[in-house]
Design a protein around this ligand. Structure first.
Ligand code: KG4
Ligand code: ZN
Length: 372
């Protein structure tokens, strides 16, 4: 199974056979976005265009196979940045058509969960899963990833955990991507220095819901207060205290979900799961509660192609039918299962506006009709 991932700023390709990672290629355009403080979709898409073929070649070479030995292709169809997703989907269609093999359009977040299979073997029949990425924070109950619907126990009502790290990094003058730079700054800080709030942990709050935008605002107020008072900002202390507030909320809610669901396994995935303090605190809490914690190695937590290949491999082995060349990018698709449903084709609307004849001197009509 060849997996292709281009939903954000990582161009990933991976080759998986029967739950075993054979090879992968990974390129990142993060450096190109650093001066903007966040991912610029068009810049990411152009980087994917140049990197996708070399990364597929790198994965195939690392696996020591030839492209003609690929039996199926899986690609992230959503969620993600629209122009970025389209590059991966177009490339995956080209490979699937040229090799005459099935094509699966898969859900990026289900890929984050599936990648753990490569490291720790098949998932148990049911587990609680905490997904903490740049765009999503959810507590889920997972069964068979290939067939069962994903049950959402709770989601964030505003910012995702990774998004909070990225925004707080900006507030503290730390470079993009924010998660690694905040956690690096936090190494020298005191996590108890600032008593930041633990959002959504009150008696009237949704037990498994999350909210990180208020926490980010609390950090912003703290930064402003220091500036107004002419005090130097203790960046390491603020970073460590913010990080501990996020970790504390994630650990408490994930553990409670396991206890309430009677789950003996917690799966923690997504970019923020690469965070060392989160891994250590979750490990400690799970050990105390007799829960098995499964977390992929940090390099498999952030976006990569192996996770998409791992999920595609589960679908093939589960006998799931591929959508084939009807696969299309769906940038805002919710997580309901492993696949991304192909939206029904519209009979009437042309994909692009029909050309409009403009009378000489009439100017360009508003609305961009006729634009490519
Ligand atoms: O899963 P991912 O690679 O991409 C998405 O699907 O969003 O997650 C990226 C997010 C970013 O917000 C990044 O700042 C965060 O994961 N992240 C971290 C760490 N490494 C990446 N957050 C905290 N600590 C880290 N070490
Ligand atoms: Zn991701």
């Amino acid at each position: 199974m060849l997996g292709i991932e281009t939903s954000c700023d990582e161009t990933g390709a991976g080759l998986v056979r029967d739950g075993v990672l054979l090879g992968e290629g990974l390129a990142s355009s993060a450096d190109e976005h650093a001066r903007f403080g966040g991912v610029v979709p068009e810049v990411a898409a152009r980087a994917h265009v140049s990197a996708v073929v070399p990364m597929v070649r790198a994965a195939v070479d690392a696996a020591g196979v030839s492209l003609s030995e690929v039996d199926a292709v899986a690609v992230t169809a959503g969620p993600g940045l629209s122009p970025a997703l389209h590059v991966g989907v177009a490339a995956a269609k080209a490979y699937a058509a040229a090799l005459d093999v099935p094509l699966y359009g898969v859900h990026h977040l289900a890929g984050h969960a599936a990648v753990d299979v490569l490291e720790h073997g098949p998932l148990p029949p049911r587990c609680v899963c905490l997904i903490v990425s740049g765009g999503h924070t959810s507590l889920l109950s997972l069964g068979d990833l290939a067939h069962d619907p994903v049950e959402h126990l709770g989601d964030t009502v505003d910012d995702a955990a990774g998004e909070a790290f990225d925004k707080v990094a900006r507030l503290l003058g730390l470079p993009y991507p924010g998660g690694p730079s905040v956690s690096r700054a936090a190494l020298d800080g005191d996590p108890a220095a600032v008593a930041f709030p633990r959002p959504m942990t009150g008696p009237r709050d949704a037990v498994f819901g999350f909210s990180f935008s208020g926490l980010k605002t609390a950090v912003a107020r703290h930064v402003e207060a220091a500036q107004d008072a002419g005090r130097a900002l203790p960046v390491a202390d603020v970073a460590a205290s913010f990080q501990m507030a996020v970790v504390d909320v994630l650990v408490r809610k994930a553990l409670r979900a396991c206890v309430e669901r009677g789950a003996d396994t917690l799966l923690m995935v997504g970019g923020v799961a690469a965070n060392r303090v989160l891994r250590a605190e979750m490990e400690r809490a799970c050990a105390d509660a007799g829960i098995t914690l499964r977390v992929p190695a940090p390099r498999l937590c952030t976006d990569n192609g192996a996770m998409i290949a791992a999920l595609g491999d589960l679908l093939v082995r589960g006998g799931v039918a591929p959508a084939g060349l009807a696969t299309t990018a769906v940038p805002t698709v919710a997580l309901s299962g492993a696949g991304v449903p192909v939206p029904p084709a519209s009979g009437e609307a042309a994909e692009f506006p029909l050309p409009v004849t403009v009378a000489p001197g009439a100017g360009v009509p508003s609305g961009g009709a006729g634009a490519p």
